[in-house]
Write a protein of this length. Structure first.
Length: 255
């Protein structure tokens, strides 16, 4: 008889327990070593199936833009694998639209993409050198070309404006700052704005008079001064008001 057949049953049971423990340890070591690789293979396999391709492109934040235009410009097409999307390139394409101030493009797992747009806020129009008008925002960014000014304040500039949508009309920026600072109760008094050949902001008032605001400094105080003159001073024969110094308005008459 050999030792294995003559061993006491208690020792044989203990031997089997030790073998099972060693086997379990070997499997644990294998999973620790191979587990991440297996997981990565599973994830990659799922990522390359139609479970996580783009089935829907959501567009939010648009009022003036057509959502379908935003989808097309983004360059993202239905059926594209989520892992293959170049989100930065899509953002750059959407932001190139003249109406867009900012944009984000994010994956909405498993099968959608969300495009969120912040549109520019128009403040006025600038006559274009070739005819018509350019709608511009506070920064002077040209948003779109128009055939008429509609209800927007018109900003006349001594130098012809040759910019197009997507470009910046730098010379209009001071007047746009004035429009932004203008109080609502002054709107009925004002017909338009202009920038003279010295770069000063000039307000065209109803019935002909002008108000010279000077530069962009102290615009709020200058409008307060203008409101005071218009409501407390006799406006008959009024030719111009110089409020380039807010607290020292100068009134000129033509009669």
């Amino acid at each position: 008889m050999n030792a294995a057949t003559t061993a006491h049953p208690r020792f044989r049971a203990r031997h089997r327990t030790v073998n099972r423990t060693l086997e379990a340890r070997r499997w644990r070591r294998w999973w620790v070593a191979a587990g991440p690789l297996v997981f990565a293979c599973v994830v990659l396999g799922v990522a390359r199936t139609n479970v996580v391709d783009v089935d829907q492109i959501n567009v939010a934040g648009v009022a003036q833009l057509d959502p379908e235009v935003v989808r097309t410009v983004s360059g993202i097409t239905l059926g594209t694998q989520q892992v293959d999307l170049d989100l930065d390139a899509a953002v750059a394409r959407v932001r190139a639209l003249p109406w867009v101030a900012s944009a984000t493009v994010t994956r909405n797992w498993p099968s959608a993409v969300d495009i969120t747009v912040v549109e520019r806020l128009p403040l006025g129009v600038v006559p274009a050198a070739e005819g018509g008008y350019l709608l511009v925002d506070l920064s002077g960014h040209a948003i779109e070309a128009r055939t008429d000014p509609a209800a927007w304040p018109v900003i006349d500039i001594a130098t012809p404006v040759t910019a197009g949508p997507g470009e910046v009309v730098e010379l209009a920026v001071p007047a746009l700052a004035a429009i932004d600072a203008m109080p609502f109760d002054l709107e009925p008094w004002i017909e338009g704005f202009s920038i003279d050949d010295r770069g000063a902001i000039v307000v065209q008032l109803v019935q002909g008079p002008t108000a010279n605001l000077g530069d962009e400094r102290d615009l709020v105080a200058k409008f307060v001064s203008l409101a005071t003159v218009l409501t407390r001073v006799e406006t008959e024969c009024l030719a111009s008001i110089d409020i380039s110094v807010a607290d020292s308005p100068v009134v000129k008459r033509n009669c």
